[in-house]
Write a protein that binds this ligand. Structure first.
Ligand code: SIN
Length: 302
């Protein structure tokens, strides 16, 4: 019998064409998602037609990268704010002068079992309106290691069998920050000394989102669950929910559904948090890594 979960991968050539882009150069990173964009200086104000091209690339590739950018914190914020209002995020203290920017830092002498962002997740999915996206700017990178991976949550949905997609279409998931930032959470200020993590009982609260959401800009359906913040399906126990959540995650992070980015200092990555998950690799003990992140406000999933 045919395997009903057999993959119907999106042909990589649907990502390949860049003839649609007049003023930027677009180089796809993998067959699943991700593209490097060149020919843009993000330190300068972007005219509307240039911004429209960048936005189109963002919608098509889901995560876009700009290398060799020299940005002040204000320019980083200005670029991110073209996509939506910036938010001050809970549980991680932002910079004194710019609370909308968090510094994601691991010092050379730190050894973390869990580094920040070190498990597959979409940012802040426990919020009623989780972020549209985030813009991560590399200020200091290790000589090797410290890459970030993304996976394509449209693909994670589209590759499932019609029967499972129908089942998931009717389900709601419960999200919470408690495993990360609750009083017993994995991220603790005494472990991650280089960042200001604020563990709080506020992280115990729960939010419900559809398991399959419709992207508000592309109209495409994607899976919206992740192993860090999705606790269970609504009206089911955690134990009952675990096998299906695990299966969905395994499908989402199939190597062919991911991309992996090797950072260089001065690169800015912008990802669409509504239709991707990401993971920061923790393979560079003994070396320093410092990134600055802005977070762009999103809509309530539907
Ligand atoms: C994050 O999850 O925002 C951090 C990603 C990274 O440091 O690569």
């Amino acid at each position: 019998m045919a395997d009903q979960t057999a993959e119907i991968r999106r042909p990589a050539d649907s990502l390949a064409a860049d003839e649609d882009f007049a003023s930027i150069k677009v180089r796809p990173l993998s067959g699943a998602l991700g593209a490097e964009i060149s020919g843009v200086d993000l330190a300068r104000p972007l005219g509307n037609s240039l911004f429209a091209e960048i936005h189109r690339a963002f919608m098509r590739y889901q995560v876009i990268f700009f290398r060799d950018q020299v940005l002040t914190q204000e320019q980083h914020m200005e670029f991110s704010a073209r996509f939506g209002a910036l938010q001050v995020i809970p549980f991680v203290k932002g910079m004194d002068e710019h609370p909308e920017i968090i510094a994601v830092v691991k010092e050379a002498e730190e050894r973390h079992t869990y580094n920040f962002g070190g498990k597959w997740h979409s940012d802040l999915s426990f919020q009623e309106a989780p972020p549209l996206g985030s813009a991560l700017y590399a200020r200091d990178v290790p000589d090797f290691g410290g890459d970030t991976m993304w996976c394509n949550m449209y693909g994670a949905y589209e590759h499932l069998s019609p029967g499972l997609r129908r089942l998931l279409d009717g389900l709601t998931a419960v999200h919470s920050a408690r495993r990360s930032y609750g009083p017993q959470g994995q991220f603790r200020n005494d472990d991650i000394k280089s960042m200001s993590i604020v563990n709080s009982t506020a992280a115990l609260s729960e939010t419900e989102h559809p398991v399959v959401r419709t992207h508000p800009e592309t109209g495409r359906k994607c899976l919206f669950v992740n192993p860090v913040y999705t606790i269970r399906f609504k009206d089911m126990t955690e134990e009952e929910s675990r096998p299906l959540l695990r299966f969905l995650q395994e499908q989402a992070v199939q190597p062919e559904n991911t991309c992996r980015f090797r950072w260089t200092r001065g690169t800015l990555a912008l990802w669409d948090n509504r239709c991707t998950q990401h993971l920061a690799l923790n393979d560079y003990d003994g070396q320093r890594r410092e990134m600055n992140r802005t977070t762009i406000t999103g809509d309530r999933p539907y």
